[in-house]
Design a protein around this ligand. Structure first.
Ligand code: ACM
Ligand code: ZN
Length: 550
């Protein structure tokens, strides 16, 4: 078995390399790709390594790079016309020349770039194969999503050719290579809190672009919290007239997304194969909603939308039937806006002090024969799950939803560690691993003076993120299928502007993309670090305000 490790930067031009992550190259891979004998035009400047992030499952290369002909013809099966158009525009932006696109149903490759489903049966829904020989590119995929993923890889190769190797843009360069790639996990997520600080639609789209570029396929949009309600709900206009705004020293702060904007963002994400999981927080982290509709709290208010961070005692009243009418109506609009199967309902950090003192909540506990307030939270979540199920949706919540008993089909996002996720998986529930130890990208990235992020936070640098293993060793083989994947969270208490978000998210998200996409065998920080050096040049060209590595 060939187990040489991924993407060794020391591989020099002309050497034959077999790079793998997790999958053996198998017999017969230590060969020069057929027919590659042309000398590379400027070998001294061409590195032998290919720096794709996240690393492909299998990658063979021989260190030779070739120009794609200046007059590129793209041929494709009919279903890949959209991807072909995207590639066409990308090439035009760089070379000033608009490639011709021709339909070629399952035909022989004839263009310089050929996209087809032929020979792609084994690649799964998201997989692809990329074969590049003497500047001829063949991209194979079974689905448009797979072809899109392959395009992200091809794009990174072209960018590496121009950014690292410094060649003229006129002659886009691609390396001789054979890539076969599939994701390790089905849920590869990034989250963004738009409640603590609000970010405009243009930035949300840019964030989605950056996620897709790293083959993330879930955007967890944290739309409501104490400090701001950010989604228009037509039935409850006060949520955005009142709950979207707070009075700070410097003036009124806030904002929200109209339903039209949300639909536009959902469509934008879908075109990039990113599913949006909206989060509507309950029963805690709900002060913005209660400031808008105080009658559904235990004490009746009035409340202000808070301007400080933390966990607040006032939460939805679980004893008041009106609370559930309200939530049902909100979820009806949310479910209609977001076509994905999951709705995130929060569930974290819900103090029980108001419920303990509330006659209605105590009456509920008695009537439903519940043991205590934790059981009341569990009862609450069971009701919400039924509301979602009635609309064909699945519920996911933070790991506190385990307390008092999980709702029958709930999925768990494990944030306080891995234990909640392990417990849920052992009970047969699906899990996304997102522990603070590796996935909280609001945490500081070093101990250096002036480092951004709260002073109390542990240091979580890119190397540590890269070392994350979402699959708990202790989990029995039969339960492993319940670990859907991993997610990075970007809480924004201390992040006011898009540039701040980018600084905290990148390059940690690059490392997480590999944790979630690439197979774990052979993972090597040193090799990743070398690829990341190249990759950061790509991010720089996109003007991403990433945190430089130490
Ligand atoms: C969380 O960080 N409270 C989910
Ligand atoms: Zn109450």
């Amino acid at each position: 078995m060939n187990t040489r490790i991924a993407i060794n930067p020391a591989i020099r031009l002309g050497a034959v390399a077999c790079f793998t992550l997790g999958v053996s190259c198998g017999a017969g891979n230590d060969r020069v790709i057929d027919g590659v004998t042309e000398a590379s035009p400027s070998p001294a400047r061409l590195g032998g390594s290919i720096a794709v992030i996240p690393a492909p499952m299998k990658l063979e290369a021989n260190g030779q790079w070739h120009a794609i002909a200046p007059d590129v013809v793209i041929t494709c099966d009919d279903e890949y016309r959209q991807i072909a158009s995207t590639i066409r525009e990308f090439i035009e932006q760089r070379t000033g020349k608009l490639p011709v696109v021709q339909r070629r149903d399952a035909g022989e490759p004839s263009g310089r770039i050929h996209i087809t489903s032929r020979g792609a049966n084994d690649l799964g829904v998201e997989g692809y194969a990329l074969s590049v020989r003497r500047g001829h590119v063949e991209l194979r995929a079974r689905t448009v999503h797979g072809a899109f993923n392959g395009w992200q890889t091809l794009r990174q190769l072209i960018e590496q050719g121009e950014l690292v190797e410094g060649e003229s843009i006129q002659s886009l360069r691609v390396p001789e290579c054979e890539i076969v790639d599939k994701p390790r996990y089905a849920w590869r997520g990034m989250h963004l809190d738009v409640s603590r600080h609000f970010f405009p639609v243009e930035f949300i789209k840019r964030y989605i672009d950056l996620l897709a570029y790293h083959k993330f396929n879930v955007f967890h949009w944290h739309l409501t919290d104490d400090q701001g309600w950010r989604i228009e709900i037509r039935k409850y206009p006060s949520l955005t007239a009142v709950g979207a705004w707070r009075d700070e020293f410097s003036g009124r702060y806030g904002g929200y997304y109209t339903q039209e904007e949300i639909r536009d963002v959902v469509q934008y994400a879908a075109e990039r194969f990113v599913t949006i999981v909206p989060e509507i927080e309950m029963p805690g982290h709900a002060l913005a909603a209660l400031a808008s509709y105080p009658a559904i709290s235990c004490k009746g208010g009035p409340f202000d939308v808070p301007t400080t961070w933390g966990v607040f005692d006032d939460v939805y009243c679980a004893g008041n039937d009106e609370t559930f009418v309200f939530i049902d109506n909100v979820l009806a609009e949310v479910c209609a806006l977001f076509p994905g199967e999951y709705i995130h309902i929060g569930g974290d950090e819900c103090p029980k002090s108001r419920w303990k003192d509330c006659e209605k909540c105590q009456a509920r506990i008695t009537k439903e024969k519940l043991s205590d307030e934790s059981a009341l939270q569990s009862w609450f979540m069971h009701r919400i799950e039924a509301m979602l199920a009635a609309r064909g949706k699945r519920m996911i919540g933070w790991d506190e939803i385990l307390e008092g008993g999980l709702a029958p089909k709930a999925s768990v996002m494990s944030w306080r560690g891995m234990e909640g996720g392990i417990a849920a998986a052992n009970e047969g529930h699906d899990v996304v691993m997102s522990p603070t130890s590796h996935c909280y990208f609001d945490y500081r990235q070093s101990h250096l003076p002036g480092e951004r992020g709260p002073i109390w936070s542990p240091v979580l640098n890119t190397e540590r993120v890269y070392g994350f293993e979402p699959m708990p060793e202790s989990l029995k083989a039969s339960r492993r299928k319940h670990i859907l994947g991993a997610q990075g969270n970007v809480w924004t208490e201390w992040l006011k502007a898009p540039a701040d978000v980018e600084y905290m998210a990148f390059p940690r998200a690059c490392a997480l993309s590999e944790v979630a996409w690439s197979y774990a065998t052979g993972r090597d920080w040193g090799a990743f670090r070398s690829r990341l050096d190249v990759h950061l040049k790509r991010l720089k060209a996109m003007d991403v305000n990433y945190r430089p590595l130490d």
